[in-house]
Design a protein around this ligand. Structure first.
Ligand code: SAM
Length: 329
């Protein structure tokens, strides 16, 4: 069993408070964050959360740190990065406001709500509010002990994450990739493929989260290729295949990662303007029970792009099939 893998058997025993701030991550992932804080992290190097949202994930982790026998609240720091406001392109939801929606005066910031809810942990919380490209320091090379990535929803942001944070990982660092079940974020998958020789995957993903520990120094060249997005189309597909060999169903049994990662390959092609290849990969997955139920919009996007490109998908029947499947559930 891997070092981090030992935490899996403790998941069922974690009872988090009922009044935890609203979170977009599942209770499984919140409990894993708690366990990491409680049993694995020390706070000797930086603890970083990218994409704290309304503070649900931050709270679970901070609670674990507070219950830890080794974390010192006087010296340890948990760094929380987020826009902390809603608006176009932020990927933040109005549910991050304590009231569940934006105030009537139109204020878009939920930073005060975040501070209020995280009040017990403010002494060891360092908040970085704003666009991560502005709030992170390009010259900071301090080692990172823990990196929770729940922010890399675009290639632009992933570039910042890889340039300024992945480069600070050391052997022993722990990384959580939220949204690993998101086929539209293939940079999470091919970058993980490139890191495979230097990491140990904790075990099956926990719902949408892949956890790993760095076991060997990551060569600068590998980090540079990741942050510069320098892998070719073919290389990216191979890197994702390598990850497919390591992950299957998630810990709860609900998410078939091999299929999810296959659809991520279609998105590598799609973002590369190869709409024919994208659809050719994706259409083989339309019978997948999980994907057809949860990702019908992805199939539609890829098929439409292919058709706009002059292809003929001949997929009227396919769409009908998908919508029938959907309606039948
Ligand atoms: C999925 S949410 C985080 C959910 C949170 N971890 C939870 O427990 O509910 C993603 C967050 O990333 C933030 N985000 C996305 N792009 C960002 C950027 N460029 N700079 C700062 N924050 C960003 C959004 O504001 C949003 O709150």
């Amino acid at each position: 069993m891997t070092n981090l893998g030992r935490l899996y058997s403790m998941l069922d025993g974690v009872k988090l408070p009922d009044d935890l701030p609203y979170s977009q991550v599942s209770s499984w992932e919140l409990r894993f964050l708690y366990l990491l804080g409680r049993h694995r992290l020390t706070g000797e190097d930086r603890l970083v959360e990218l994409g704290s949202g309304g503070g649900g994930s931050t709270y679970a982790l901070a609670l674990g740190l507070r219950d830890s026998p080794v974390f010192d609240e006087k010296t340890g720091r948990l760094h929380a990065y987020d826009f902390f406001h809603v608006g176009k392109g932020t990927f933040a939801t109005e549910k991050f406001f304590s009231a569940g929606s934006k105030p009537a005066d139109g204020d878009t910031s939920f930073l005060d709500d975040f501070r209020e809810r995280l009040h017990p942990f403010l002494p060891f919380l360092e908040i970085h509010a704003g666009d991560i490209w502005q709030t992170s320091d390009p010259d900071d090379t301090s080692p990172i002990e823990f990196l929770h990535i729940d922010i890399a929803k675009t290639a632009r942001v992933f570039r910042c994450v890889s340039e300024r944070f992945l480069t600070r990982l050391r052997p022993g660092s722990v990384v959580l990739h939220q949204d690993f079940a998101g086929p539209r974020l293939p940079w999470l998958h091919h970058s993980t493929g490139a890191l495979l020789p230097y990491i140990e995957i904790a075990g099956p993903p926990i719902r949408s989260t892949l956890a790993f520990e760095v076991t060997k120094p990551i060569p600068e060249d590998v980090l540079r290729r990741i942050s510069e997005d320098a892998f070719t189309y073919e290389e990216k597909l191979k890197l994702i295949s390598a990850v497919q060999e390591r992950v299957d169903r998630d810990h709860t049994g609900g998410i078939p990662f091999k299929s999810v990662l296959e659809l991520a390959k279609a998105y590598v092609a799609h973002y590369d303007g190869r709409h024919k290849q994208a659809w050719s990969i994706a259409r083989k997955l339309t019978d997948d029970e999980y994907l057809s139920r949860t990702r019908a919009d992805h199939f539609e996007q890829l098929r439409t792009a292919y058709e706009k490109d002059g292809g003929s998908a001949g997929s009227g029947s396919l769409l009908t099939r998908l919508s029938k499947k959907f309606a039948g559930r």
